[in-house]
Design a protein around this ligand. Structure first.
Ligand code: DGT
Ligand code: CA
Ligand code: CA
Length: 361
């Protein structure tokens, strides 16, 4: 019997901001995606649990969030996606170690098949996942919630039951007690619309699905979806954890202080990006063969140019040497001023392949 774990990082973007600046931790923290239209145009990406108490949540307008929090000291922070990506990569590198098979499904969420590691023993599975939580917290001060069960769906439901900073095990025997009383929309895939349609035929809880007339379900949702509902409710849905392959590229991006097309003004940014990209490659144990320079122009159009190096590289100097002619070329061709500059490394080779690599260098 399979044992699957779901790992979901708590209030992820907002938690990253708290880690960066621990003095905001006890106040409402709201991470915002500004649309650029008006000073407060845009939506909330996420908020910490203190802000959620005031009704702030993902997707609402920033204006609404400001209103909800107008009487308290609160932090509204523009999203820094590069930062969250970096935290995500580092944490996922830890998570991966604890899985027989690892599948990352979003920036802050992954499924782990831990059947072998745990020897199909739920007690052991719990111990392993507690150790993983501890390592993530020790190394990054980041909390996550873990759900463990016989299928992806049950693992996900277990996670949702214990957010934030929790861990929950649901064994096959516990499904009737822990899962069947939950509202149908706790089942992944059932949104407000399906919930309504199920309610219309008297199905309110997950357990109700199993007591419902199957042909009635089929007449509303079709055979495939109805079968999924039933199998999922029984904990018998068997979607496998699919291995996520290694990241195939790294990139760094910067916004220029002033829009410009002057090489002398852009050069320091390219040097900085070369340095950062080199550090990223080295800390992740990679060499790159491909280097690409990209510019976001002042009308937000994008131009880019790439080149393959003769040999795998990861030093700041080697990266810059490839990137500079690419930049000069882009400047020459660009119809408009540069607003942002990015540097990307692709065609990666990991250190693990270093012995075979040595033969090429
Ligand atoms: P949680 O898991 O309930 O403790 O809180 P989060 O914030 O980790 O929520 P989750 O897992 O659904 O989403 C992970 C991240 O994805 C979240 O930190 C920000 C981003 N995100 C979620 N919903 C939205 C959204 O509606 N808009 C945008 N721009 N980003 C979102
Ligand atoms: Ca999350
Ligand atoms: Ca998530």
């Amino acid at each position: 019997m399979s044992i699957i774990a779901c790992v979901d990082l708590d209030y992820f973007y907002a938690q990253c901001e708290e880690i960066l600046n621990s003095s905001i931790k006890d106040k409402p923290v709201v991470v915002c995606i500004y649309s650029g239209r008006g000073k407060e145009g845009g939506a909330v990406a996420t908020a910490n649990y203190i802000a959620r108490k005031y009704g702030v949540k993902s997707g609402i307008p920033i204006k609404t969030a400001k209103n909800l929090l107008k009487d308290v000291e609160a932090y509204f922070i523009p999203a820094n996606l590069d930062l969250y990506e970096k935290f995500s990569q580092e944490v996922m590198n830890i998570v991966k170690k604890y899985a027989d098979v690892f599948e990352q499904v979003s920036v802050d969420e992954a499924y782990l098949d831990i059947t072998k590691q745990s020897n199909s023993d739920y007690k052991k599975a719990l111990e392993i996942m507690l150790r993983m939580k501890e390592e993530i917290f020790q190394k990054h001060k980041l909390t996550c919630t873990v759900g463990i069960g016989p299928s992806k769906v049950i693992a996900k439901i277990a996670t949702d039951l214990k957010k934030p900073n929790g861990i929950e095990v649901i064994t096959p025997e516990e499904i009737p007690l822990k899962v069947w009383p939950l509202s149908v929309d706790s089942l992944p895939g059932i949104g407000p619309r399906s919930k309504k349609r199920l309610e219309n035929i008297g199905v309110k809880t997950i357990g109700d699905i199993l007591n419902a007339d199957f042909m009635k379900l089929v007449s509303i949702f079709g055979k495939k979806i109805s079968t999924y509902f039933v199998r999922a409710a029984q904990g018998k849905e068997t979607e496998q954890v699919k291995e996520t392959y290694e990241v195939k590229q790294f990139s760094r991006m910067v916004t220029l202080k002033n829009n410009t097309l002057q090489f002398n003004e852009i050069k320091p940014y390219l040097e900085q990006l070369s340095k950062e990209l080199s550090e990223t490659l080295k800390s992740n144990n990679y060499f790159a063969k491909g280097i690409s320079v990209m510019a976001v122009l002042d009308d937000l159009n994008i131009i880019s140019k790439s080149k393959l190096a003769d040999k795998p590289i990861n030093s700041e100097k080697d990266i810059y040497k490839i990137a500079e002619p690419l930049l000069l070329d882009l400047i020459k061709k660009s119809p408009r001023m540069f607003r942002r500059l990015a540097l990307r490394a692709y065609d990666l080779i990991s250190y693990e392949g270093i012995e075979s690599l040595e033969r090429f260098v």
